[in-house]
Design a protein around this ligand. Sequence first.
Ligand SMILES: CC(C)(COP(=O)(O)OP(=O)(O)OC[C@H]1O[C@@H](n2cnc3c(N)ncnc32)[C@H](O)[C@@H]1OP(=O)(O)O)[C@@H](O)C(=O)NCCC(=O)NCCS
Length: 165
Amino acid sequence: MRPAIRAAQAGDLDAIAALNTAAFASDDEGRIVRQLASDGDSLVSLVAEDSDGRLIGHIEFFRILVNGKDVAAGLGPMCALPGQQKRGIGYGLIKTGMPEVEALGRQLVFVLGHKDYYPRFGFNPAVAARYEAPWSGEAFMAIELSETAPRSGTLTYPRAFTETE
Ligand SMILES: CC(C)(COP(=O)(O)OP(=O)(O)OC[C@H]1O[C@@H](n2cnc3c(N)ncnc32)[C@H](O)[C@@H]1OP(=O)(O)O)[C@@H](O)C(=O)NCCC(=O)NCCS
């Protein structure tokens, strides 16, 4: 059965953090999700739940500035519960989330992630390579959602990614 996907609520944060900790074997992603929310840098946060209401997937989209303009988004963290991976949860989260990010007027989406996974959604390292960013290489990918998207520039990531507590 396809999981239900809905917007995350403030009351989901503990469960989202636990899910990320299980998927990444690290507390970093849960901390990032909490800080994105508390700093107002989260744009779209979605969860997938099973028929018992248990969270089995999560995706976050956050603001990225291009040359100081608030026009882009980043994808991540994203995860599916171990034991439930490779069943389309990640696919459903991205396919649901991308139109929401586009509807917010975001012109570009960046991701730092598995190089064999994100290209199927249109993410391309050659697009990301046009921008000055804290990351580079084939795992750093981007997709243009608008013909008027800036073709180059310096990216500013939220504090959640650049400052560790
Ligand atoms: C990566 C992840 C979010 C994908 O979600 P998912 O629900 O398992 O993925 P889907 O079912 O939509 O897609 C399955 C595909 O993802 C691929 N995939 C899963 N993990 C991958 C990885 N580490 N590297 C490359 N591809 C991966 C599978 O091989 C499969 O590809 P196929 O369709 O060609 O066989 C999930 O596996 C996960 O939570 N992994 C641990 C945390 C993580 O790495 N998050 C992403 C950081 S970029």
